[in-house]
Design a protein around this ligand. Sequence first.
Ligand code: CA
Length: 232
Amino acid sequence: MKHLIMVVEDEEALALMLKYNLEKEGYDVVVQSRGNKVLADVEKNNPSVILLDWMLPEMSGVEICKLIRSKPDIKDIPVIMLTAKGEEEDKVKGLSAGADDYVTKPFSIPELMARVKAQLRHAPEPQTKKELIFEDIKMDLVEKKVFRGETYIHLGPTEFRLLKMLMENPCKVFSREFLLKNVWGSNIYVESRTVDVHIRRLRRALNEHGEDYIRTVRATGYAIDINPLAEE
Ligand code: CA
């Protein structure tokens, strides 16, 4: 499993050059050039390190860094600030905004790679999960099989993907629209009622061998949870 590095840089040539060199080092790379899109991208991709340009359209690197540090689920991701400013004062500003390191443009690629590697030393190895477990429900992600206790549960491909989405985020309530987009894909037209049909099938298959953990939240959507939800 490769580490994912996020490059936030609006100078296209520099962004491409960074992407090229990082990929050559064996990293996966995502690039974002717009300040206001960065946060959503970080949350979605959960990168191992963020290279963050100081001057960006819509939002500065310093502002973005502060925002990252204020969000519990992403606040520990190392941030290396990239900047054309070499002033000591700016360096202090960057670091006090929560950056872990600071590189002044123009920088040499070997130097930047060494800085990235230094940050990765503290990062946990990215791991691909091999199975998901919720109470007595076990999903083998390699073999694509579901079990309740020792009993194999046969699921259709859509039910499998639905259950996977729920099990990856236990207790989180998903709207029908979200499930349609992420389980069926945004290019396919399906009515939101379709979700209910497949949830029903999923429930039927699972509950033959154990308790019903799938929660229907009225007017909202579905979740997997051991506790009944208030609105059920
Ligand atoms: Ca810039």
